[in-house]
Design a binder for this molecule. Structure first.
Ligand code: DSN
Length: 426
């Protein structure tokens, strides 16, 4: 390579790929895209502008972008059984901003989960909710059930009369009580937003709750967690009328040009989910339950044993007796098992640097084809690394050798192999 800077940059990318190739990626908010999606990402769509809606653009040259975007919208409407979707938000946070902007005004109130109880940062006043001038109130939370306290929550809604009631979370073990709040939402004239970023793939695969049918007005999401698309966001509305409000908030409100290569990749992911989504989502939830049980059997303090630990792709573990979330996450990383430290309900947000817990996600290793028996072995590796303080890097590497390919797609390919176009085409 002629440029030292470019060689350095490509060298770093290759090292990252090589590391991933011998690791267990278990961050609950990530996933890996198929080779088909990656092909879309390097297409010329990534160089173009298409402000506005299909066939009503402010730029020429959008003929094929229009065709693809309208086709993607049709696929998404079919997959989510919804009358309106907007695929243009460039992230989950932008999707939330657009929903806030469409449905509320500066100074309105919103009830959502606090960050310590699992709420996403964009649900908080210090982030997107505050940027939109919303005054946020935290749902009362039942720590034992790791869920919203319905009776107390309804009381709070009646008292403060919010404009928005927001469900969904980043630590999201069990379905949220959407239908239980529909009546009180109508009573106080509030909209229900459901942030499905984490569980979109499980909803698409019909293995979690169905927020639109349970009473949500709009569903916001990123589409790169349990939904294994390229990074980006979307908004699903329960009616055309609400969809029109959302459209205006997205453009010209918050997004000028959406990322058209990601839109193309998302279209492919929608097709993958229509074909493989149910099977993938089923295996993901089965794997999460199996790993939770296997960790619990080995003495880990996995949350909610009486409730079956989880109904999603996530597991939460209290690791205070093992040195806390930061220490455990770092120990696992040294062993090529990648998870994150996480606040648990009793933690003060000021302790975010060393919280009580860890959060584990199985959606990416499920995409690599792993099943329940691998979950049992992975729990053993967790114990060896964290409790017995042994080095398990070699075992992780060996395990990964058997699971190199991306499954649940039309063309299986290596998951983390670095593909160098400059070398192939030179
Ligand atoms: N903060 C991310 C997560 O890990 O859940 C989502 O944006």
């Amino acid at each position: 390579m002629k440029s030292e800077s470019v060689s350095k940059i490509i060298g770093i990318l290759k090292e990252h790929h090589a590391w991933l190739d011998e690791s267990l990626p278990m961050i609950a908010s990530e996933n890996v895209t198929s080779i088909l999606v990656r092909e879309a990402l390097i297409s010329d769509f990534g160089h173009r502008y298409a402000e506005g809606k299909p066939f009503k653009r402010f730029y020429q040259g959008c003929r094929f972008i229009d065709e693809l975007e309208s086709f993607a919208i049709e696929l998404a409407k079919k997959l989510f059984n919804a009358p309106h979707v907007d695929l243009r938000p460039v992230s989950g946070t932008v999707a939330n901003l657009a929903a806030y902007y469409a449905l509320a005004k500066h100074g309105d109130r919103m009830v959502a989960l606090s960050v310590a109880h699992g709420g996403h940062i964009s649900h908080a006043e210090l982030s997107a909710a505050g940027v939109m001038g919303l005054r946020t109130y935290s749902f009362p939370f039942d720590e034992k059930k790791m869920n919203i306290n319905v009776d107390e929550g309804i009381k709070l809604v009646k008292e403060i009369k919010p404009k928005l009631i927001l469900f969904g979370a980043s630590l999201f073990l069990f379905p949220h009580p959407v239908k239980e709040f529909r009546e009180v939402a109508d009573e106080v004239n509030a909209y229900i937003i459901y942030d499905a970023a984490h569980v979109l793939g499980l909803i698409a695969g019909k293995q979690f709750q169905d927020p639109l049918r349970e009473g949500a007005d709009v569903v916001t999401a990123s589409h790169h967690k349990t939904f294994f698309g390229p990074q980006g966001g979307l908004i699903i509305s329960k009616s055309e009328e609400l969809g029109k409000k959302i459209e205006k908030a997205v453009f010209p409100g918050l997004v000028s040009n959406h990322h058209l290569h990601h839109l193309a990749g998302l279209a492919i992911t929608l097709a993958e989910f229509l074909e493989f989504g149910e099977e993938y989502a089923k295996q993901t939830v089965a794997n999460a339950k199996a790993l939770a049980q296997a960790l619990y059997d080995r003495g880990f303090n996995v949350l909610c044993p009486d409730l079956g630990f989880t109904e999603s792709h996530q597991i939460a573990v209290d690791v205070r007796d093992l040195g806390g979330g930061a220490e455990v996450a770092e120990t696992l990383e040294r062993n090529n098992i990648i998870i994150n430290k996480n606040l648990l309900p009793w933690d003060d947000i000021k302790n975010a640097k060393n919280p009580s817990g860890i959060r584990i996600g199985v959606q990416e290793i499920t995409r690599l084809g792993m099943c329940e028996s691998e979950m049992d072995y992975i729990a053993e590796l967790f114990k060896k690394a964290v409790v017995d303080k042994k080095d398990v890097k070699d075992e992780v590497r060996e395990l990964r050798k058997e699971f190199r390919k991306i499954k649940y797609t039309f063309v299986e390919s290596d998951a983390y192999k670095y593909i160098s176009l400059s070398e192939v085409l030179a």
